[in-house]
Ligand binder design. Structure first.
Ligand SMILES: *Cc1c(COP(=O)(O)O)cnc(C)c1O
Length: 495
């Protein structure tokens, strides 16, 4: 069966995976979805013999059939190499009777590395295959994690430049230093005098400004994005759900065919959607447990079928999940509605126009595999402390949200299915909150001092990517007003 991509909102017809990766988002504002999801055609025993890279090739090939074997293997091998601090790439660690799937062993210590280390190669290969001659300029606004992961992923990739905008006073010290000390001849980092929304709006404006884009085209440049709605970011995330299942089989914690639960700390709904795609391919998953922080739009949604973003955004200790519009939910609704583009377009218009929508009963009745829950700030901090005291295992704030929701789920349902928790960041990435939860005095100390203290208290080694971070040379000093972002791009491309 051949596979193509089309917009969740319908208009624009069928395109290849290559075009979907390069375009990122459809012209009608919808997201690209595959026409069908292929089932795996090898047994779990066969898959078990594969290393992470071979498994990644096998799974990704099912979604992106236009890549030759050589091209895709090249992408996979360049992505999942010794940038990761363990050969397993995504190890499983059992603590307190639950399995933590550690997705933070890449170069920026958060799970975004799992996709952003391969996206540049997928994008580059797609552009070459489509005969695109222009130099690709990746524009990204970041609230902290995505920007650094994109910079690392795209650094020194030929034919691509990357420009990252961050709110000058809106990210943690660790996040800021990770970005402004970024090496690579094609990387550019610009601080914005404004907040994350200002940075994001500036990027959207650059994409939508026709004259600016025509000027760029004349100079041989074309803009693209590394945003989490790009299908090239979603598909590589399917791999580690298979990987975790195979690891559990290897360790005799489950038998082939047994169902597992997955718990995912959720923001934009990308990571948990990848688990859903894995199930569609044939991975035996019982429940998808969707964990939110105090921005609990999704918890309400799974309870009522009403998605309502009309509320104040709360700034929490799990900032990568501080989000009111979970973009990738659109892909789930598209799948559950059998690809009803008119319905999806209507729901998304309602979300834009009045801030909420209610899904019809026909879709609601298909949400039974999902469970939504949320953790308060207090739950999160207590969970970090509890897990550490019980097992000496240190988890970050996002993973703590997931664990806390899982505990509540188990209490209510008494479901004792073997469970995998997606562990999305290293505790060192959110040192301040983790240190505070563990009772370390944080007042008057910099993030860099706290990294040292967290390490000595817990005996955990400081991860290489942030070792000595505060002493590194600052390579990116540009700061601009929020309405000067297009000028900043022009200056960068001229130099
Ligand atoms: C991005 C991120 C999340 C949320 O993932 P989504 O795919 O957006 O749902 C959770 N935890 C961490 C640490 C992240 O960086």
């Amino acid at each position: 069966m051949s596979l193509s991509y089309r917009s969740t909102r319908g208009n624009g017809g069928e395109i290849s995976s290559l075009e979907a990766i390069v375009k990122g988002i459809a012209d009608d504002g919808g997201l690209f979805v595959p026409s069908n999801i292929e089932k795996i055609d090898k047994s779990m025993e066969e898959l078990q013999e594969m290393d992470y890279q071979s498994l990644a090739y096998y799974i990704i090939n099912k979604f992106f059939p236009e890549f030759t074997k050589e091209e895709l293997l090249n992408c996979v091998n360049n992505a999942y190499d010794d940038k990761f601090d363990t050969k397993e790439i995504a190890p499983i660690v059992e603590q307190l009777g639950v399995n933590f799937l550690e997705l933070f062993h890449g170069s920026t210590l958060a799970f975004k590395d799992m996709a952003l280390s391969i996206l540049p190669y997928l994008l580059k290969t797609s552009a070459v295959k489509l005969g695109i001659k222009d130099e690709i300029v990746i524009l990204t606004a970041t609230s902290g994690d995505t920007g650094k992961a994109a910079l690392e992923g795209f650094r020194d990739v030929d034919g691509i430049k990357i420009i990252v905008y961050y709110p000058q006073d809106g990210v943690s010290d660790v996040q800021k230093y990770q970005m402004i000390t970024q090496e690579g001849k094609n990387t550019h980092v610009v601080g914005i005098k404004g907040n994350f929304d200002d940075a994001q709006n500036g990027v959207k404006e650059a994409f939508n400004n026709k004259r600016f884009n025509e000027e760029l085209k004349k100079d041989g440049f074309v803009l693209s994005s590394a945003n989490s709605i790009n299908i090239g970011r979603l598909v590589p995330q399917v791999v580690y759900y298979f990987h975790s299942y195979l690891e559990l089989m290897k360790n005799n914690k489950i038998s082939n065919g047994d169902k597992i639960n997955v718990v995912v700390p959720t923001g934009n709904f990308g990571n948990i959607l990848a688990a859903y795609y894995a199930k569609e391919m044939g991975l035996p998953i019982n429940k998808f447990i969707c964990a939110s922080n105090e921005n609990n739009v999704l918890t309400d949604f799974f309870e009522t079928g009403i998605y309502d973003r009309k509320r104040e955004l709360k700034l929490t200790d799990s900032p990568s999940m501080d989000i009111l519009i979970s973009s990738n939910l659109e892909r789930l609704l598209s799948a559950l509605s059998g690809g009803d583009a008119n319905l999806i377009a209507d729901l998304m218009n309602q979300l834009t126009d009045k801030g909420s929508y209610e899904i019809p009963e026909s879709i609601k009745s298909k949400l039974g595999d999902f469970y939504g829950g949320f953790a308060s700030q207090d739950d999160t901090s207590k969970t970090i402390k509890y897990v550490y005291e019980k097992s000496k295992y240190v988890i970050d704030t996002h993973t703590a949200v997931a664990y806390s929701v899982y505990e509540k789920y188990k209490e209510i349902t008494e479901d004792d299915t073997v469970t995998v928790i997606a562990s999305t960041a290293s505790p060192f990435k959110f040192t301040r909150s983790v240190s505070e939860a563990l009772g370390i005095e944080i007042d008057g100390k910099s993030d860099f001092e706290l990294i040292e203290e967290l390490s000595s208290k817990t005996g955990l080694e400081i991860p290489k990517p942030i070792e000595g971070l505060g002493d590194r040379e600052i390579l990116h000093k540009t700061v601009c007003e929020k309405d000067e972002m297009i000028e900043a791009i022009k200056n960068i491309l001229k130099s």
